[in-house]
Design a binder for this molecule. Sequence first.
Ligand SMILES: Nc1ncnc2c1ncn2[C@@H]1O[C@H](COP(=O)(O)OP(=O)(O)OP(=O)(O)O)[C@@H](O)[C@H]1O
Length: 575
Amino acid sequence: MIKTLLKSVRQYKTQSLLSPLCVAIEVFIEMFIPYIMGWLIDNGIMKANMPYIVKTGSFLLIMAFFSLIMGALASYFSSKAAAGLAANLRQDMFFHTQDFSFENIDKFSSSSLVTRLTTDINNVQLAYQMVIRIAVRAPLMLVVSVIMAFAVNSELAVLFVILAPFMAILLALIIKSAFPYFPKIFKGYDRLNRTVRENVRGVREVKTYVHEKEQIEEFQKSSNYIYKLFTAAQKIMALNAPVMMLLLNGSMLLLSWFGANLIVNKSMQTGQLVSMFSYSNSVLFSLMMLSMIFTQLTISQASAKRIVEVIDEVPTISKPKQHPVTEFTNGDILFDHVNFKYEKDSDVYALKDINLHIHSGETIGIIGETGSGKSTLVAMIPRLYDSTGGAVRVAGHNVRSYDLKTLRDNVAMVLQKNVLFSGTIKDNLKWGNENASDEEVIAASKVAHADDFIKEFPDGYDTMIEQGGNNVSGGQKQRITIARALLKKPKVLILDDSTSAVDTKTEKEIRLALRRDLPKTTKIIISQRIVSIKDADRIIVMNHGKIEDIGTHDELIKRNELYSSINKFQEEQGK
Ligand SMILES: Nc1ncnc2c1ncn2[C@@H]1O[C@H](COP(=O)(O)OP(=O)(O)OP(=O)(O)O)[C@@H](O)[C@H]1O
């Protein structure tokens, strides 16, 4: 895990090394100060030796100044290195998720990915800053102050050595009992994120269904869950400070008692006892710092694990390692005994033994009940998912042998749930082809019957799209996404229920325009409405993951019970 995280340090290696170096110098100087202070008291103040006081005092001032500079430098280097590591991690994670297949994304869920990219990375940033500064400072300070204490008076210094292991054991016990809470807390964050995201995205549904109360309850549930777990963990963690203070104040008391005896017996001088108090404080501080580090590291360990899970996730779909096919000659598609299941370990197949040949330039309609596998079938073509059995071939090549960009540039898919991004309408359309000229953008919009309504907006093609496309209607959004797909000039165009919000007249015009303007493009249209597909060259009837029938509208009406019953029902409903 640590190895994976450290790979992201990259250009911040120098700062990551300079920070502990400055800390080490700072600690050594700092730890010499009480020792020299002892000399100042015993040889200067006690003997009223003014020149000695001035000389040693000036030396102490210079030391304190250097220690201060080293401390400031360490702080600067550590924060720069930690912020840099966080930026690199964020970038590595984000770039890696861009290679994720739908299967990878299904595994993590988008809200969990957001928590990992934000909260988890912040935790690791904090932990790294601690590791390269305080985690060096604390143990070094502990060791050096114990050594210096032995140099001052070994009899008294033994006290430090006896008490330290007790504290270490107590600390370990406290942290061990708090640790199990943290992975649960982060799962809670995922849930909270999901609730907030769904609420914001689905604000219209929430209002329409008057679901505000339920949403508030769901939010409170998630929020309280985190609160309870945090409180439980903090209750345990809070024991750290009092337990340590008790032990260390006890040791101060013992130090005073034994120190006073040694002074009375003339085995130690007053200045030396003052130094010992100082070292005892340093031991106290370093142990407190250690407990703080352990707390933060405990929290961050859970976060680091979640980050590494994403970075180490192997994309299930990647381009072929050797000689990928970079030419896409035509839209001929062959499904050869294709099987597919979403869960590798389950027995439930979303597609069962699909055999199908679609000729280049053909228009294919797909109909079937909800969940019959229509979307899954077409998702195999641009490799949104890879089949779990059999093969899908396009233009004679297995889809797995294509360079992914070539494949997806030539297979345009307008999804059921389409999203527009922040920016102008033109920016969104140019997702299809960033080099498209204004004329090409307008031509594609005309085919998708989007040009008319776009021109009616005061800013036309420069109209800003608000979050996800909330300021355009459902049907307008669908037409923009169709135009976006057309700009790719694809050899295969898949419309997955993507005209459901468009009125039937406009939809028919779009279909006619597609036929007229893209004669060579293979067009696959999934729809719940028979009117949307009845003039297709062939229609596929899907049923429970299987192709039940293929034929023209007239053929299917005559021979397919499911098709004719859907047709009859829709005619009665006037759809
Ligand atoms: N990401 C997924 N993870 C797990 N199962 C899924 C996933 N997507 C779809 N399924 C399941 O696979 C089956 C086929 O789904 P698919 O979306 O292909 O059906 P569909 O015919 O397109 O339905 P609809 O008309 O409602 O869009 C369904 O049982 C569905 O529950």
